[in-house]
Design a protein around this ligand. Structure first.
Ligand SMILES: [Zn+2]
Length: 94
């Protein structure tokens, strides 16, 4: 996970998360105890496409990352819609 993600893309997905898990049902705080629990997740698996673009990456907490990657609890479409949703919320601040 996270191989060769450009600094710019990393900054963009961190900023997009606003420090909270991108799952709207979760939104757990990712910065605590002087560290963080944030994980970069690929929406389409890296092994399939080697796609490290902003569009294919999302910040999740470890629970949601596992539920997405290993338990297939969410579809790729669900996860993509979370990015859209967070960006809409973000726009409301300005
Ligand atoms: Zn989460």
């Amino acid at each position: 996970m996270g191989r060769n993600v450009s600094t710019n893309v990393e900054r963009k997905i961190y900023a997009e998360s606003m420090g909270r898990c991108m799952n709207p049902e979760c939104k757990v705080e990712l910065f605590k105890h002087n560290g963080d629990i944030m994980e970069k997740a690929h929406i389409v698996p890296y092994c399939d496409t080697q796609n490290n673009s902003y569009e294919n990456l999302i910040i999740l907490c470890p629970n949601c990352h596992t539920n997405f990657d290993k338990n297939a609890a969410f579809s790729k479409e669900d996860v993509k819609s979370w990015k859209q949703l967070r960006n809409e919320e973000f726009e409301l601040f300005f």
